[in-house]
Design a protein around this ligand. Sequence first.
Ligand SMILES: [Zn+2]
Length: 375
Amino acid sequence: MINQQRLVNEFLSLVRIDSLTKKERDMADALLKKLADMGYEPYEDETAGKIGGNAGNVICRIKGEQGKPALLLMAHMDTVVPGLNKKAVVEGDIIHTDGTTILGGDDAAGIAVILETIRSLKEDGTPFGDITIAFTVAEEGGLFGARNLDLSKIPVDYAFILDDGGPIGSVAVKAPYYNRFQAIFKGRAAHAGMEPEKGLNAILLASEAIAKMPHLGRIDEESTSNIGIIQGGQARNIVCDTCTVEGEVRSTQEEKIERFTKEILDSFRQSAEARGGNVDIELERMYPGYHIKEDDPIILLLKEASRLSGIPLQMHATGGGSDTNIINGLGIPAVDVSVGMEKVHSTQEMILISDMVKACEFLTAIIKAAYSYNR
Ligand SMILES: [Zn+2]
């Protein structure tokens, strides 16, 4: 049986811990201890050093009955800002903050739901197959923890990432590929008053290139692009010689993201060269997209979980990225499951206790559905 009070207490204890991206040390220590107290042998991987953070991913393998599908349950430990000194306020069924910080239900709710579900299954003596828990670092801003998660020695048949909002029972089955780029436009410095004709203004190069971008904003129903940061110039009286532009392109179609990215960056080059300048471009595929089809075994498993729990399954596409993208990219079928978080990444963030309870019931049903299959 899901223990609502224990779930709420766990959630509140996690919210109290500061755990900004790449500063998850206290959260990792707390989770290592909680999992050890539950009788498991959790460990921390080597990710901290690789990403310049102070903690690695926390991994815990729970041996189950053999011959059953092996599951991976994931949630991320880090939060966005403002996330220091979070004070949760419980008002009936609602948990929110005092309005000065985020709540961090993204993704403390995912962690609390996983812990409560495992505790209650154990308490009830419910049988299950192998389960691996991975609490990742630095999901916000780049999925760095998941990207460094080594699953090569851990067999996993299906993965469930508990890091989504929306009604309980909703799962993200489609998410875009993501490219990010940095374009450094290079002009020539000169004194702006005495000999501006000897200069070449990099801010002009950048702004002209952006104005002529073949794609910006909504490109089509499955693709978008954005310029998010522009930086350049040293002083008002110097013709600017360097201007940096940072942007992104997303699409659920790999062919499209490649084509749109190439068209944007080619137009940047042409535009800079037309004025005698040039541009250095760095392009990185941050993560792959995914699209789980209706007849995929993981969807059949979710439908069985929905039948067992009586919670309707709702499949949807998302425009954002999550650890789910990385796990799918490894060839492991993975979906992002709602834990009920609302208005995330804002000081209005909140969550319903009843939704977290229901999320535990849905996850329990997923684990039971998996157990009903043979590997
Ligand atoms: Zn999240």
